[in-house]
Design a protein around this ligand. Structure first.
Ligand code: SF4
Length: 421
C-alpha cells in the first residue's frame, strides 16, 4: 500500500513535469468528461500522438526523473529550482507502462528525463526502460524516447533499436539564446546527436533497399521541440532554425512550445507567456514550409520579422504579393494553387483531380469547403472573376481577417496536426 502511494506520488510529479515537453504533439488530453473518474485520462500524464501511418495513439507521458544537474533558466526542473522532485526506477516505469497498457489506458510510452549524473548514464537508463519493455515483456506498443545530447553514439544507436521515435530537443532557436538561458547546452552537440540519428536511419533504409534485413531503427523518425517566446528571437529566425532541421537533419516534426513562466524565474525571462496565437501561426508557417512549397525567406512578411498574428501566414503573403493573383483554378499549376489563401493542400489535390473531367465553378469550391471568404479575392473560376480593383483595396486585410477571438489550446494542437490553410 505504502509502495503504491509512493509510485502514485512519483507519477503525479513526473507526469506533471513532462507536460512541458511538446515534442509528442499534445501535452495533455482533455478528452474526458468533467468530473468523471472512470476512464479519466487527466492527471495521469496521458497524451496523444500520431504514428507515421496517421494513427492517433495515447501515450503515457512521463519523466524518469525531474532531478537535473543542468540549470536551464526556462525549465521548472533546473537544478536551482525548488520544485518537488521524484525519480522512478527503470522497473517502476516498465511496470506502470505495462499496467496502463493492459488496462487499455495507453498504446505507448513517451519517456524523457532530467539529466542525472551525466548524459551517458541518463541515456542508459532511458534505453533500459525501452529494452526491458521490448525484450522481457514483448511490448509491441509505440515508444518515444528523449535522446540526451552528448550521450555516446552507441547508446543512442541502442535506443533507436527499441524506440519507434527519438527526439532531441533543440530547445531554443539560436546559439545565442542557448548561451543566455541554457549555457550547459550547445547547439553543435544537439545537432550532432540529430545527425547521428539521421545517419543511422539512412543506413538502415539503404540496407533494406539492398535486400538486407537490418533491425529497425527509430522507424517513426526523429522530432524536436523549440521553446518560443523565452527570448526576443523573432519568428523568421525560429522558422530558419526549423527549416535547417527539416532539410539538414530530415526531422519529421518540429514542435513549437510557447514559453510558460516558472516560479522564481531569472530576470532575463519574460513575466508572461507569448499569446497562444503565436504558436498557432508558427505551426501554420511550418506547414507552408513543409507542404506548400514556400521558401523560408518568404513566409515572414512583416518588417519586425514576426508573423502577423491577425491573419494566417499564407494570407499575409498573398496580401503582400497581390500581383501574383488572381489565379485561375482551372488552369493554374499545382504550385500556384497551393499559394491561394483558403485552399489547403488536400483541396488542391481534389481540384487537380476534378478538373480532369470538368471546369470548376464557385459552387464546386464551396462544396469542397474551401475557405471562400479568404479565397474569393484571389481566384478565378468559370463563373467568378474578381475585379482587379478589389485586389488593390487597401482595406482588403480588414475585409478578410477573421473576427478576433480567444484561441483555445485545442486549436493550437489542431494546427500542429492539420495543415489546411
Ligand atoms: S536539461 Fe532538460 S530537464 Fe534539465 S534543466 Fe535543462 S531543460 Fe530542464
Amino acid at each position: 500500500m505504502k509502495e503504491q502511494r509512493s509510485v502514485d506520488r512519483k507519477l503525479a510529479i513526473l507526469a506533471d513535469a513532462a507536460k512541458y515537453d511538446a515534442s509528442c504533439a499534445s501535452s495533455g488530453s482533455k478528452s474526458t468528461r468533467k468530473g468523471s473518474k472512470i476512464g479519466s485520462t487527466e492527471g495521469m500524464g496521458i497524451c496523444h500522438s500520431y504514428t507515421p501511418d496517421g494513427r492517433c495513439v495515447s501515450l503515457l507521458k512521463i519523466l524518469l526523473t525531474n532531478y537535473c544537474i543542468y540549470d536551464c533558466q526556462y525549465c521548472v526542473n533546473r537544478v536551482t529550482s525548488d520544485t518537488p522532485r521524484a525519480r522512478f526506477s527503470v522497473s517502476e516505469v516498465v511496470d506502470l507502462t505495462m499496467e496502463f497498457y493492459k488496462r487499455n489506458y495507453i498504446e505507448g510510452l513517451f519517456l524523457s528525463s532530467g539529466i542525472i549524473q551525466n548524459s551517458d548514464y541518463t541515456m542508459e537508463q532511458l534505453t533500459l526502460v525501452a529494452k526491458t519493455l521490448r525484450t522481457d515483456h514483448r511490448f509491441g506498443g509505440y515508444i518515444h524516447l528523449k535522446t540526451i545530447p552528448g550521450a555516446a553514439e552507441e547508446l543512442i544507436t541502442e535506443a533507436g533499436l527499441w524506440a519507434d521515435r527519438l527526439s532531441v530537443n533543440i530547445e531554443l532557436p539560436t546559439e545565442l539564446d542557448l548561451k543566455q538561458l541554457a549555457p550547459e547546452k550547445k547547439k553543435p552537440q544537439i545537432v550532432t546527436a540529430m545527425s547521428g540519428i539521421k545517419e543511422k536511419i539512412d543506413e538502415t533504409k539503404e540496407d533494406r533497399k539492398s535486400g538486407m534485413k537490418p533491425p529497425k531503427f527509430a522507424p517513426a523518425g526523429q522530432s524536436t521541440q523549440m521553446i518560443v517566446g523565452a527570448t526576443e528571437t523573432p519568428d523568421d529566425e525560429i522558422l530558419k532554425t526549423a527549416d535547417e532541421l527539416y532539410t539538414g537533419q530530415r526531422l519529421r516534426r518540429v514542435y513549437y512550445s510557447a514559453y510558460s513562466p516558472i516560479p522564481h524565474a531569472d530576470a532575463l525571462l519574460p513575466g508572461k507567456s507569448p499569446p497562444l496565437i503565436r504558436e498557432h501561426r508558427l505551426y501554420q508557417a511550418d506547414w507552408l514550409l513543409r507542404f506548400y512549397g514556400f521558401d523560408v525567406n518568404e513566409i515572414v512578411v512583416r518588417e519586425d520579422r514576426n508573423l502577423d498574428l491577425e491573419i494566417d501566414p499564407k494570407l499575409a503573403w498573398a496580401l503582400q504579393q497581390r500581383d501574383y493573383f488572381p489565379v485561375d483554378v482551372n488552369t493554374a499549376s499545382r504550385e500556384q494553387l497551393l499559394r491561394i489563401p483558403g485552399i489547403g493542400a488536400r483541396n488542391v489535390k481534389r481540384i487537380l483531380s476534378i478538373r480532369r473531367h470538368k471546369k470548376l465553378r464557385t459552387d464546386d469550391l464551396k462544396k469542397l469547403r474551401v475557405a471562400w471568404k479568404r479565397a474569393k479575392s484571389f481566384v478565378i473560376t468559370v463563373d467568378h472573376n474578381p475585379a482587379l480593383a478589389n485586389l488593390d483595396r487597401s482595406d482588403l486585410k480588414q475585409l478578410i481577417a477573421p473576427k478576433e477571438r480567444q484561441l483555445t489550446l485545442f486549436e493550437t494542437f489542431d494546427a500542429a496536426l492539420k495543415g489546411e490553410l
